[in-house]
Design a protein around this ligand. Structure first.
Ligand SMILES: [Zn+2]
Ligand SMILES: [Zn+2]
Ligand SMILES: [Zn+2]
Ligand SMILES: [Zn+2]
Ligand SMILES: [Zn+2]
Length: 286
């Protein structure tokens, strides 16, 4: 960890009028993922950092597991990991997805999760089919995926595709299930895998990307219970069945000819929404 901190730059560098006071030796005490040259710069940067801080704090608290967790380290440009709002917008704009479809909540211009009542499961990639996984994989997995490179190769995506930014959610789940030694190959068609997913935030506005779990766990029924205070009250207890991949932007792509199954009992992926904190809602989740 110490080698990491010497390599770190003050997160407020270039964003504030006063130049940095020296090396960034002061780490954010709650997430530990960013560092500052001075208390003053840390204070100024907090309004930009507090949102990502909460998410990073959760990740960093599992650092022992995550150090062998390839899917945590996304292939985003380093600038994107920083809380500099405009950089993120430019990155999204360069792929023509700024404020579009699934990407709407990827920058600060997008809606607040708390203000959103419509958790759509029809949002789309808004990218051409070669850049996003909108159809069945060409072949099933022969060995567990260990890196984004392997995943991209398997899904025939070019490495410059930004899809990993959103696929972070389903692939994190995939990796957690691998760690807990649940092998998809051991599950027969009648198995249901139940997952308690705590504290969802902006991924609530990106639920269609969870469809990628259909490709990662073929023939397995997955039921994900998303529980957290950010779930809108009006959606509490809602059940969402996902049976097709998020669509690409091509009207003629075969991803649009998949008819979503109307049969609730035969959907391979079910999402359930619960508003509140886990220990209070646990008994509802049976
Ligand atoms: Zn500084
Ligand atoms: Zn922090
Ligand atoms: Zn933006
Ligand atoms: Zn498509
Ligand atoms: Zn079924």
């Amino acid at each position: 960890m110490s080698s990491l901190s010497t390599a770190m730059e003050c997160a407020a560098k270039g964003l504030v009028a006063e130049p940095c006071a020296g090396g960034a030796h002061r780490r954010c005490g709650s997430c530990g993922a960013v560092a500052y040259c001075s208390r003053a710069h840390q204070f100024i940067h907090w309004t930009l950092h507090k949102e990502e801080c909460a998410r990073l704090a959760t990740q960093m608290s599992h650092i022992d597991v995550l150090s062998q967790f390839p899917f945590v380290f996304s292939i985003e440009s380093p600038a994107l990991n920083h809380a500099i709002p405009n950089t993120r917008c430019f990155f999204l704009e360069s792929f023509k997805v700024h404020l579009k479809g699934l990407w709407k909540s990827e920058c600060r211009c997008g809606p607040e999760i708390s203000s959103v009542k419509d958790l759509s499961i029809t949002a789309e990639w808004n990218m051409e089919s070669s850049l996003c996984p909108c159809t069945e994989p060409g072949n099933s997995l022969s060995a567990p995926l260990a890196s984004w490179e392997e995943y991209y190769r398997w899904r025939s995506l070019p490495l410059h595709s930004p899809a990993a930014v959103l696929l972070h959610w389903p692939l994190t789940l995939y990796h957690c299930l691998q760690l807990s030694r649940i092998q998809a190959s051991r599950c027969d068609a009648n198995d249901t895998l139940r997952i308690h997913y705590l504290g969802p935030e902006k991924e609530l506005l990106q639920l269609p990307v969870f469809a990628e779990l259909l490709a990662l766990f073929p023939g397995v029924h997955l039921c994900i219970e998303l529980v957290g205070p950010t779930v809108p009250r009006s959606r509490d207890g809602e059940v969402l069945n996902i049976s097709s991949y998020a669509h690409c932007s091509a009207e003629s792509c075969c991803c649009r000819s998949f008819a979503a199954s109307e049969d609730v009992n035969c959907s391979a992926l079910t999402l359930k929404l619960w508003k509140g904190v886990y220990h209070e809602r646990y008994s509802d989740m049976v």
